[in-house]
Ligand binder design. Structure first.
Ligand code: NCD
Length: 326
């Protein structure tokens, strides 16, 4: 029994094992292979203190595919709206006998706070600006389906890097596996501190010019501007012109280059319709299928690979980040 909180600090072999399990799960996630029954008799709680479409529904679907049961708790309609804390809520839910808690929250480090407060395993489904580890697994799995390996590949991640837990987790994963990561956006949204993320043989760089950042890439991951984290003020009216992925820009890319986006997309801002829906390059909906497969892999790892004591699978190297209020 263990938590799944971060990609930071996760050993390469562990990461590769999870990605391999994810890829094996894809036919089940597509509905082409029969479901498993490994979670039969277990109830999973989805505590989503922040909005979500893909992550919440894919955790739900993953539990169903594994023969378990799942319920959702969101702030509206629960006592969270009456001021009950994250940890108190989780402790009460735990006493209902759930096997694991999946948590999404606006507080960076909130998933770790919950994990420290309960005995059952906790899975981080995105905590503030900190990490989104299952998203990293699904993104790398999608890239590996395309390229076999990500080692030596170059991935540009473009947009609101500073506020993005996706960028943080994916950068950790890709650098661990030896990919080169270019973090691209206006200086107000790309913090140089991300360059320190490198935790493996990969190289992480920051670039403020999209056109030069696209030179020689293998994949481009677009991110939306996180207006709910007050990023709007950091964006000028020429954002699309400077950092939007337009048909003109992708026309210059090599034919093998693919486009990713974790969603939700803001069409016409960071990505144009013809790019998002490009049948040759876009893997945006493929990511969603890998999302179900990745969450199945993580649920099975957390729940079936049991040790008597709860011991976190991963530990962030940067504990200070656990306390950032957003
Ligand atoms: C992301 C998130 O919530 O961090 N979405 C997701 O989980 N697929 C990205 C975002 O909200 O921009």
């Amino acid at each position: 029994m263990s938590d799944f909180l971060t990609i930071a600090g996760m050993p390469r072999q562990e990461l590769l094992r999870l990605i391999a399990a994810t890829r094996k799960n894809v036919p089940i996630a597509e509905g082409r292979s029969p479901n498993r029954t490994t979670l039969s008799g277990r109830v999973i709680a989805n505590l989503f203190f922040e909005d979500s479409t893909r992550t919440r529904c894919s955790f739900e679907t993953a539990v169903h595919r594994l023969g378990g049961q799942v319920f959702n708790l969101t702030p509206s309609g629960s006592s969270i709206s009456k001021g009950e804390s994250l940890v108190d809520t989780a402790r009460n839910i735990e006493c209902m006998g759930v096997a694991a808690i999946v948590v999404r929250c606006a507080v960076s480090g909130g998933a770790k706070m919950v994990a420290d407060g309960v005995k059952c395993p906790v899975i981080n489904a995105g905590d503030g600006r900190h990490e989104h580890p299952t998203q990293a697994i699904l993104d790398v799995s999608t890239l590996m389906e395309e390229f076999g390996s990500v080692e030596g590949r170059t991935v540009a991640i473009v947009g609101d890097i500073t506020n993005s837990r996706v960028a943080r987790s994916v950068t950790h994963a890709l650098s661990t596996l030896g990919a080169h990561v270019r973090l691209v956006g206006p200086p107000t949204l790309v913090s140089k501190s991300f360059e320190r993320i490198t935790q493996g043989p990969g190289i992480v760089s920051t670039i403020n010019n999209l056109d030069s950042a696209l030179d020689g890439v293998d994949a481009v991951m677009m991110l939306r501007v996180q207006f709910e984290r007050a990023a709007g003020g950091a964006v000028s009216s020429d954002y699309r012109q400077m950092f939007g992925l337009t048909p003109q820009r992708i026309a210059k890319l090599a034919s093998h280059v693919i486009i990713l986006h974790p969603g939700p997309m803001n069409r016409g801002i960071e990505i144009d319709d013809r790019v998002a829906d490009d049948p040759q390059r876009s893997r945006i909906l493929r990511q969603v299928t890998h999302g179900v497969a990745a969450r199945m892999a993580v649920l099975e790892m957390v729940l079936l690979e049991t040790t008597s004591e709860k011991s976190p699978v991963t530990n962030s190297n940067s504990p200070a980040e656990h306390r950032i209020e957003v």
